[in-house]
Design a protein around this ligand. Structure first.
Ligand code: SF4
Length: 218
């Protein structure tokens, strides 16, 4: 499978989950390479084209080297490598927690739907300027999975109508500020908090930006 690389090494690292409902949990992160979108503010553009080709066994070995059985598989877009991801998941202990971050453009396979403990689906709104539409029929395939959450990067109230038009369950919506660095994150947070209160949805922090600013691989 193709794994993003950082300083010439496969991007597998131990850190705290920075976003979503499990924010703050220690976890082993795996970043897969390749994405089917081109968001203007993407903070992992380096993962789009390049990557290291490793066997699933080798990737599992590196993930299991950490004393932690909570895994977060992100990208890029991990579901572009669905078959290999299924193989990888079969190599991780059955009682481990697996979270997958996805942009909501590819439906989960039945095998992954059964195995993955939590889906963090992050559809990209118009302001991402990736020139591709949202795919409500794919998003509905996640709605049927009770462990799927829908996490939106927002710039302000002007994004709400687009989110609402998707008809996703409000109890499973999370909003988080569009910010690549600590300063802009802190500036954007109050408005996103207001949006969450106004619409009765959950706020997602971006702990990695708050804690480590623009550093990669942490
Ligand atoms: S979907 Fe995610 S990884 Fe892909 S370009 Fe957009 S922000 Fe980057």
């Amino acid at each position: 499978m193709r794994v993003a690389q950082i300083d010439g090494e496969a991007e597998v690292f131990y850190s705290l989950q920075g976003e979503g409902t499990r924010a703050g949990d220690p976890a082993v992160f795996l970043r897969l390479a390749g994405c089917n979108r081109r968001c203007s503010w993407c903070d992992t553009k380096y993962s789009w084209e390049t990557g290291l080709e490793l066997t699933e066994e080798e990737v599992a070995r590196r993930m299991l080297a950490f004393d932690c059985r909570h895994f977060v598989i992100t990208g890029g877009e991990p579901l572009l490598q669905t078959e290999k991801l299924e193989n990888l998941c079969s190599l991780l202990p059955e009682n481990s927690i697996i979270e997958v971050e996805t942009n909501g453009t590819l439906a989960p396979s039945p095998i992954l739907a059964r195995r993955v403990n939590q889906w963090n689906v992050s559809p990209k709104l118009r302001h991402s300027e990736n020139n591709a539409s949202l795919l409500p029929e794919i998003l509905s395939s996640f709605v049927s999975l009770p462990e799927a959450w829908f996490k939106f990067v927002v710039r302000g109230e002007e994004d709400w109508a687009e989110i609402e038009s998707l008809g996703l369950p409000r109890k499973r919506l999370l909003l988080m500020p569009c910010a690549a660095d600590r300063e802009s994150y802190r500036q954007a947070l109050p408005e996103v908090c207001e949006m969450c209160l106004r619409h009765g949805v959950r706020l997602s922090p971006r702990l990695h930006v708050e804690l480590w600013d623009q550093r990669r691989g942490c």
